[in-house]
Design a protein. Structure first.
Length: 743
């Protein structure tokens, strides 16, 4: 910030110097003809003139714009910067930060200095941003196992109804389309790696790639109205900024933040380049912060402290919102939803839980907005108590087994729990909190409890599930504060594993299981470590132990299923898929894996059913669609297979496998010309023995023997060593054909 300000000041004085120079330019002529007295007189006249000139200049150029102008047809871009802790941004007071683009945007718009997220977790927080609802209402309590029900109305859906072009560019798996945030988006780019059959929990891509995808879309769409979400994930663990940020920053988190800031700026530059910036509302927000070791929390999701709750929040619309405006009152991410609608003259539903921030920008409102806060991550992943709390801008109450109360003004770092001293305040806040929970809790849940039938189903698969407490029910789960050492052990093990020190990580994961056998993550990461190292039996044992201890943990069943596949235990893998689908019938990995397993076990109609279901959840998954089309084709449903290949060709015109498989399918239907055309295209992209062989067969059938010989020879050259029936047949055919041709 300091740097930026200095720069700007320099610019201003340069402008002043120019004005002065111009004002006196006519002087030399006068000077030659006139005595000194007249020169003084001129200066005397010039002073009021200059004062007026500077006044005007200030009024036109430098005066902060103060009013809000609502407008019907603004474009909207929401940029979420994942894991960006407010106090690590320069314009939020951190002098080691290099965030010139965020600082600049704040200067051009409205900066909320005290914005809080409602849950310090990626999916729940984004769900709150896009629905304007608290987590008890939208029912997304953690990453990975919840999805936003179709019944909720999202910002994207509202804009789509208003005939905006809607598109989202996603940086990481926690907000993958399968979790339901894609509602209302015409285009939702959540491709992290192209050739990925199963996206991992850790799948992500750099801001640079997210930006490139946005840029490509934007250049074709900026001329019509748009509503866009750009999601940059880089400040999330692991902190691994690319050069030159890696070298420039001693703290890699700061490096990731600076890198992300650069690409946030690229979005703005692109808008300016195409002259749409002035007609666009840009909202930039962190989804949650990061512990960075404060309160012994390294990442986020375990606690409800400011480190992970306070996020940057900036609104900028050059023609419509004030500039250089700083709001210090507490606001919430759920307020983005009604604010955007309010600025665009769209009606805000009476059910909205956030409030429009326009009155703050107009200077008409001056109070803190009370926020409900929660994290269910401790309960979901560790079987520790979920935390819920309330923060009114001055006091924060956290409803934990050991309750906490903080005076945010006196103790912003939340180091002194004054619950014992201020029990009256605490009980007033607890009452308010209970009121909020009562008011906002939804009756339905995207992750309901198990029916007795489902329990029986799990029992038949060898798992005994006890009932976990539902919303509002008290539990005797431990306080996460008391389990911080377990959490810390896990974090250290993970960072060792990321550095490649597997042996040390393995020991710590094992220690973690001993410390707390109810925590799923130790099993999960240890099993993952073994699986990656192809230590299959050990991976199997750990996942098996984990699923027995925690039969409701889907990721553990998932790990056991994948390990079983690698060990050739197909039936067991299928049982694990069934267990997962009993717990969550939308779980993509289990659906698609079950499809592949049925195919391998020869039950193709069942395989098709599952693969079809999986493709509905992840229609952009190329490998899944290739499998789906392949199974259709071998089941004789060639027309359907050809349709799937056809749409794949449109999206992936450079993938040889699509042409190769399509060529073979056409060959089976007897459409030889199409078979030849596609196989030749496949060979052009990437020659394989399989394509050469099938092409030779098709050519032979059309009587083009000379060409067929050429490709059969190519097949023999490229096919792996060793004697096979197909090879012998090919050799025989080549010999026969050559004799015939030479005759
Ligand atoms: Zn996040």
């Amino acid at each position: 910030m300091a740097k930026k300000k200095r720069k700007r000041r320099k610019k201003k004085s340069l402008a002043t110097a120019q004005v002065k120079k111009e004002s006196f330019q006519e002087k030399p002529e006068v000077k030659e003809k006139t005595p000194l007295k007249r020169q003084k007189k001129f200066i005397l006249y010039a002073i009021p003139f200059l004062v007026v000139l500077f006044g005007l200049l200030f009024f036109i150029v430098l005066r902060p714009k103060s009013e809000v102008q609502r407008a019907d047809s603004l474009n909207v871009i929401i940029i979420t910067l994942d894991t960006l802790r407010a106090d690590r941004v320069a314009c939020y007071g951190y002098d080691k930060a290099k965030t010139p683009r965020l600082d600049e945007l704040a200067e051009k718009g409205v900066k909320f200095e005290n914005a809080v997220c409602q849950a310090p977790l990626t999916l729940p927080s984004h769900a709150s941003i896009f629905t304007g609802l608290y987590p008890p209402s939208h029912q997304i309590r953690d990453n990975g196992a919840y999805y936003l029900d179709q019944g909720f109305q999202t910002l994207a859906e509202i804009f789509k109804e208003k005939e905006y072009n809607t598109a989202a560019f996603i940086g990481a798996f926690p907000v993958d389309s399968r979790f339901g945030l894609d509602q209302g988006f015409d285009f939702y780019d959540d491709k992290f790696e192209e050739d990925e059959k199963f996206k991992a929990f850790t799948s992500e891509r750099r801001a640079e790639d997210v930006f490139k995808s946005f840029q490509e879309w934007f250049l074709g769409n900026f001329q019509s109205k748009f509503f866009v979400w750009v999601h940059y994930y880089d400040p999330h663990l692991p902190y691994d900024p690319p050069s030159p940020y890696r070298e420039e920053f001693s703290d890699p988190y700061d490096g990731e933040v600076a890198y992300t800031d650069f690409f946030m700026g690229e979005v703005i530059d692109l808008l300016e380049e195409k002259n749409v910036f002035d007609n666009t509302l840009v909202v930039v927000a962190g989804d949650h912060g990061e512990g960075l070791g404060d309160h012994k929390e390294i990442d986020h999701g375990l606690f409800l402290y400011n480190t992970t709750l306070k996020v940057p929040l900036i609104f900028c619309a050059p023609r419509n919102l004030p500039s250089q405006k700083i709001i210090t009152f507490q606001v919430r991410l759920i307020d983005i939803f009604p604010t955007v609608l309010d600025l665009l003259n769209m009606s805000v539903s009476a059910d909205a839980q956030g409030e429009s921030l326009i009155p703050y920008m107009d200077g008409k409102r001056k109070d803190n907005l009370v926020s409900y806060i929660e994290t269910f991550h401790p309960r979901e992943m560790f079987r520790w108590a979920a935390l819920r709390g309330i923060v009114d801008g001055k006091m924060k109450y956290i409803d934990a087994p050991k309750p906490e109360l903080y005076d945010m003004e006196m103790d912003p770092k939340e180091e002194h729990n004054i619950y014992q001293e201020e029990k009256q305040v605490a009980s007033r806040l607890k009452k308010d909190l209970d009121g909020l929970i009562e008011k906002y809790s939804s009756k339905s849940s995207s992750r309901r409890g198990l029916s007795s039938e489902e329990r029986e189903r799990l029992m038949s698969l060898g798992y005994v599930v006890d009932s976990s407490p539902s919303e509002g029910e008290s539990s005797d789960f431990p306080d996460p504060k008391d389990k911080i050492d377990v959490w810390y052990t896990l974090q250290v093990a993970r960072s060792l594993q990321r550095r490649g020190e597997d042996e040390k990580a393995e020991k710590l994961y094992k220690k973690g299981i001993e410390m707390d056998p109810d925590c799923s993550l130790h099993y999960l990461f240890l099993g993952g470590l073994y699986l990656k190292a192809y230590r299959l039996q050990e991976a199997y044992d750990v996942f098996k132990m984990g699923t027995k201890a925690l039969p409701e943990s889907i990721p553990l069943h998932d790990g056991l299923a994948k390990t079983s596949v690698q060990m050739g235990k197909y039936q067991e893998a299928l049982n694990e898929c069934e267990a997962i689908l009993t717990l969550n019938d939308r779980y993509f990995n289990a659906i698609s894996l079950a499809g592949l397993l049925y195919n391998r076990m020869g039950e193709n109609e069942k395989a098709i059913e599952y693969l079809q279901r999986a493709a509905r959840i992840e229609p952009e998954n190329k490998l899944l669609l290739l499998d789906y089309a392949r199974v259709l084709s071998i089941s004789g449903r060639t027309e359907e297979a050809i349709d799937v290949y056809g749409s794949l060709k449109v999206h992936y015109p450079k993938d040889f496998r699509i042409y190769q498989n399509l060529g073979i399918t056409y060959g089976n239907t007897g459409d030889l010309e199409k078979s030849i055309e596609n196989l030749k295209k496949a060979i052009e992209l990437h020659p394989t023995a399989l394509a050469f062989f099938n092409l030779a067969v098709a050519l032979e059938k059309t009587g083009r023997i000379e060409e067929a010989v050429r490709y059969l020879k190519a097949y023999l050259r490229t096919t792996p060593e060793g004697d096979t029936a197909r090879k012998r047949m090919a050799q025989k055919k080549v010999a026969e054909w050559e004799i015939n041709l030479n005759r």
